[in-house]
Design a protein around this ligand. Structure first.
Ligand code: ZN
Length: 165
């Protein structure tokens, strides 16, 4: 087990456009393993590399059906929309309604360097979209109107201050 620290909003790495990964090496495999450990230890169902401070296109997820690790993931087909409440490990205690595609096909590369594709719907489709959003610096708070976002961030600051008392 090698957990890494999850960076918290408003850390600047969360706003970076993450770099495509050109080659799989030991360091990348270690990163992927650490990310899975960190996700499970945080009781999360998905984690993107920038969330542990590494601006590279790597995601891990597990909604209870097993671990998926994907390099350079891309959404290639989308279908329908659905709205559901989401949280993010980088924005503790914040839950917001986010509208997303109901079904997506995602393509990328697995840790062995083989092409991988997933047809996902429901929660799995949602987690893929959430994590892939992280790779372009997009957070769940960006899905809200400015008024709602300001209000939520105010609440977030308040609850964080309370936690420190
Ligand atoms: Zn997140």
């Amino acid at each position: 087990m090698a957990e890494r620290d999850v960076v918290l909003y408003p850390h600047s790495v969360l706003r970076k456009k993450c770099a495509r990964i050109p080659a799989i090496d030991e360091e990348l495999i270690r990163l992927a393993r650490d990310m899975a450990d960190t996700m499970y230890a945080s009781a999360g169902i998905g984690l993107a590399a920038p969330q542990v401070g590494v601006p590279q296109q790597l995601i891990v997820l597990d909604i209870g059906d097993g671990l998926i690790t994907l390099i350079n993931p891309e959404i290639v087909i989308v279908e329908g929309t659905a709205t559901m409440e989401e949280g993010c490990l980088c924005l503790p205690k914040l839950m917001v309604d986010v509208e997303r595609y109901d079904a997506v096909q995602v393509k990328g590369t697995d840790l062995k360097g083989n092409p991988a594709a997933y047809d996902a719907e429901g929660l799995l489709a949602r987690v893929f979209q959430h994590e892939i959003d992280h790779l372009s610096g997009t957070l769940i708070i960006d899905k809200l109107s400015k008024v709602k976002r300001d209000l939520l961030l105010k609440q977030l600051r308040k609850s964080r201050d309370k936690g420190q008392e």
